[in-house]
Design a protein around this ligand. Structure first.
Ligand code: ADP
Length: 297
C-alpha cells in the first residue's frame, strides 16, 4: 500500500498559503516529514487524516481516494495528533476499551483480546490499571499509539510525537514506531532532525508550504558530503561572514561562536571540512529557501 499526494494546495482564509502544490509518494515504512514550525506539517497531516479540506489536489491510499472516500479512509487510518486529550481520572485499560467500542469492535471477547495485545505492544500492560493522569509523557504518547492502532490501520500518522520525552522514553517510542512501520505506512511529522535520521527510510523537508527536498536520508546526506565547512570566529565578525558565505548555522562551542557554511569548493580562510549531517542538509535547504536560492547541493 502506498500513499500518493499529488499537487495538494491549501490557502487559509487569512491568506496563509499553508500547502503549495505538494506532491509526495510515501511507501510502506517510516516516512519523516521535516520542517520548521509553521511549515505546513500539521495542515498536511490533518488533510491526509480527512480532518480538513484541501483547495486543490488529490491523495490516494492504495485504491482509495482519500479526499472523497473519507469513511473508508477512517477505517484504515490511525492518527495521533499533536494535542491528544486524555481523561486523567480513568485507567488506561478502561479508556482503551471504551475507544475500541467507539471504533466498532463490538464483540466483547475480540475487544478484550485487541485491548490486551495493544497494551502489551506499547509496554503499558503492567500499568493498565493506573489512571492516565499519573502517566509520564512517554507513557501518554504510547497510549496515544495504542488508541491509534485499535483498528489495525494501514496508515498511521503521528504529529510531533516526541516533544517533552526524555531520551529513554523517546527511544522506546521510536522502537515502537519502527515495529509498526514494518507493515504500515507511518508518517512522522517533526521539526527534530534526529527523529528522521534515526528512524526513517524516506523523508521530505517542507518549508512555507512547499516541498524543498525529498528522498532517502542517507542518500540526501551523501549529496551534500564534502560541502560543509566550519570555523570558530569572533562574535563581531558574524555579520561579515554572513554576507560572504552561505552560513547555515551558528552555535557556541566552549563559549565561542562556531559557524558552519556550505561551499562547493574549499573556502580556505581558516575553514575546515566537517562530516555532513542530516541537520546540515536540512539547514542548508531552509537557508536556500529563505534566500530564494536554488538547491545548493
Ligand atoms: P506546522 O505544523 O508545520 O507548524 P501548520 O500546518 O500548523 O504548520 O501551519 C502552517 C501555516 O498555516 C502557519 O503559518 C500557520 O500559522 C497557518 N495556519 C494553521 N492553521 C491555520 C488556521 N486554521 N487558520 C489560519 N492559518 C492557519
Amino acid at each position: 500500500m502506498e500513499l500518493i499526494i499529488d499537487d495538494l494546495s491549501k490557502t487559509y482564509s487569512n491568506g496563509v498559503k499553508a500547502l503549495q502544490n505538494i506532491s509526495l509518494e510515501i511507501p510502506q515504512g517510516m516516512f519523516g516529514l521535516l520542517g520548521p514550525n509553521g511549515a505546513g506539517k500539521s495542515t498536511l497531516m490533518r488533510t491526509i487524516a480527512t480532518l480538513q479540506e484541501a483547495d486543490k489536489g488529490t491523495i490516494s491510499l492504495g485504491d482509495l481516494n482519500v479526499l472523497k472516500q473519507k469513511k473508508k479512509v477512517m477505517q484504515v487510518l490511525g492518527y495521533l495528533p499533536q494535542q491528544f486529550g486524555l481523561y486523567p481520572k480513568i485507567p488506561a485499560m478502561v479508556l482503551l476499551n471504551h475507544l475500541a467500542v467507539l471504533k466498532g469492535i463490538t464483540n466483547g471477547s475480540e475487544r478484550k483480546e485487541v485491548v490486551a495485545s495493544l497494551l502489551h505492544k506499547t509496554n503499558l500492560y503492567d500499568v493498565r490499571k493506573q489512571n492516565l493522569g499519573g502517566y509520564s509523557g512517554g507513557m501518554k504518547q504510547r497510549f496515544g499509539i495504542a488508541q491509534a492502532l485499535l483498528n489495525n490501520p494501514k496508515l498511521l500518522i503521528v504529529d510531533e510525537p516526541t516533544a517533552g520525552l526524555d531520551p529513554v522514553e523517546k527511544n522506546r517510542f521510536y522502537n515502537l514506531l519502527c515495529e509498526i512501520g514494518e507493515n504500515t505506512v507511518v508518517i512522522l511529522s517533526t521539526h527534530i532532525v534526529e527523529d528522521v535520521k534515526e528512524l526513517c527510510t524516506n523523508m521530505a523537508v517542507i518549508n512555507q508550504g512547499q516541498v524543498l527536498l525529498k528522498g532517502n536520508p542517507l542518500k540526501i546526506i551523501e549529496d551534500l558530503e564534502g560541502k560543509v565547512y566550519q570555523k570558530t570566529i569572533h562574535k563581531d565578525d558574524l555579520e561579515g561572514y554572513k554576507l560572504e558565505y552561505k552560513v547555515i548555522s551558528e552555535k557556541l562551542f566552549l563559549g565561542k561562536p562556531v559557524i558552519q557554511i556550505i561551499s562547493d569548493s574549499d573556502p580556505g580562510d581558516g575553514f575546515s571540512s566537517v562530516k555532513t549531517d542530516l541537520e546540515d542538509v536540512y539547514l542548508s535547504q531552509i537557508y536556500s529557501a529563505n534566500n530564494n536560492l536554488k538547491s545548493i547541493s
